[in-house]
Design a protein around this ligand. Structure first.
Ligand code: S3P
Length: 429
């Protein structure tokens, strides 16, 4: 298990042009290319473990992939093939849940599995509504945990009111609805990230949304192929936004990043806390995209209890800004954090305590008493990429060792090399 030592830095001013490509959009590019009968062209597909696993699954389902290192051309099969091996989703809940929705209606037998972290994440949230419309899905612990076995079946149209706001549940149900026998209706308590609706609409599907309610018509013919440039991932960029916000006299420019409103809420919270942030839209094809400039500001504590699905992935990094900010910060209504790549309520609070910060857990969030110096300390990633990168950023103002850092490769393989442009980073085993 390797670790990194991140050294304290006085200040920095940098522009980052190679923030990892968006993970959510990349997964969808690979999976949705199977809904067309023509090749899809994808520039800047994320080459990280999670999305490369998804691409491999798409190949096992019969697609052909040409790759010149920058552009992927995915030629879909006429019919999805029954693969001779199990489909490895690695660490990715998004991959597992979206493939469940897609494969539930496909002829054949499919087994999805992943690593030990994914094996403890709930799949019932997708399996149960799919079973209600005719899907044949099973798994460990009463069909809730992976490996997940699917025998493709005929699906009925549905009216499903999801009890949780989850883009993964929504996307899985939309994929199932495209192959159901009648019109389907999906709603969620509050809008979650909306890449699936935007992309499928762009491909010609009748996926009509009004905020958190969606009507989906079954496909009558294959969709148009994708022709897309994946923007940088605002969740990955956010680590460096926090870095600039907490390091005096520092500034970062994040280039060509998605400015989708369901993805940049954490930047708005950081702005409310006192960081100086500018959003500059440059293009709007499937999604708005542009540059974000973040500059240090003296931070104040904040309460975060709204629009949680729009910043759920950024809460670990935001917790570092909360530890630095003067006063008490609180996160509420975020129990979904408990079923991410780690139980992020516990892992964030335990690591903050190791850094000498007063923090306590609630069932649905945490409280952080900010303003005290973060101490030079040793923390663990708990196998969670976002926990690893968040605490590496805390190192910029305190010096921190993060153990078990391999997980960073699931979403942001060049994270450490970008960090090395800002400060000294030493590695060890
Ligand atoms: C994702 C949706 C979110 C997010 C995850 C990626 C997606 O999960 O946390 O990292 O690409 O659909 P939920 O939809 O389960 O909240």
């Amino acid at each position: 298990m390797s670790y990194i030592d991140v050294k304290k830095v006085d200040s920095f001013d940098t522009e980052i042009e190679d923030i990892a490509s968006d993970k959510s959009i990349s997964h969808r590019c690979a999976i949705f290319s199977l809904l067309s009968d023509e090749p899809s062209t994808i520039i800047n597909y994320l080459r990280a473990e999670d999305t490369l696993n998804t691409l491999n699954i798409v190949k096992l389902l019969g697609a052909e992939v040409e790759d010149d290192g920058k552009t992927l051309i995915i030629t879909p099969p006429k019919e999805i093939k029954e693969p001779p091996v199990v489909l490895d989703c690695g660490n990715s809940g998004t991959a597992m849940r979206l493939f469940m929705g897609l494969l539930a209606s496909k002829e054949g037998f499919f087994v999805l599995h992943g690593d030990k972290y994914l094996a403890s994440r709930p799949m019932r949230r997708v399996a149960d509504p799919l079973r209600k419309i005719g899907a044949k899905i099973d798994g460990r612990v009463k069909g809730n945990l992976s490996p997940i076995a699917i025998r493709g079946a005929k699906l009925e149209g549905f009216k499903y009111e999801s009890p949780i706001s989850s883009a993964q549940v929504k996307s899985a149900m939309i994929l199932a609805a495209l192959h159901a026998s009648e019109m389907s209706y999906f709603s969620e308590p509050a809008l979650s990230r909306d890449h699936t609706e935007r992309m499928l609409l762009g491909m010609g599907a009748e996926v009509i949304s009004d905020k958190n309610e969606i009507r989906i018509a079954p496909l009558t013919s294959p969709l148009k192929p994708l022709n897309i440039k994946v923007p940088a991932d605002p969740s990955s960029g956010f680590f460096f936004a926090v870095a600039a916000a907490i390091t005096p006299n520092s500034r970062v420019v994040l280039r060509d990043i998605s400015l989708n409103p369901t993805r940049i809420e954490a930047y708005k919270v950081l702005q409310k806390m006192g960081a100086h942030i500018e959003f500059m839209e440059k293009e709007n094809i499937f999604e708005p995209m542009g540059d974000i400039v973040v500059q240090y500001g003296s931070l104040k504590g904040v309460e975060v209890s709204e629009h949680i699905p729009w910043l759920i992935d950024e809460l670990p990094a935001l917790s570092i800004a909360m530890a630095v900010a003067e006063g008490v910060s609180r996160v509420k209504n975020a129990s979904e954090l408990r079923v991410k790549e780690s139980d992020r309520i516990t892992t964030v609070v335990e690591n903050l305590k190791l850094c000498g910060i007063d923090a306590k857990e609630f069932d649905d969030g945490y409280e952080i008493v900010g303003g005290k110096m973060i101490e030079n300390s040793i923390v663990n990633s708990y196998g969670d990429h976002r926990v690893a990168m968040s605490f590496a950023i805390a190192g910029l103002i305190a010096g921190v060792r993060v153990e078990d850092i391999e997980c960073i490769n699931t979403s942001f393989p060049n994270f450490i090399s970008i960090l090395e442009e800002i400060t000294e980073v030493n590695y060890g085993d």
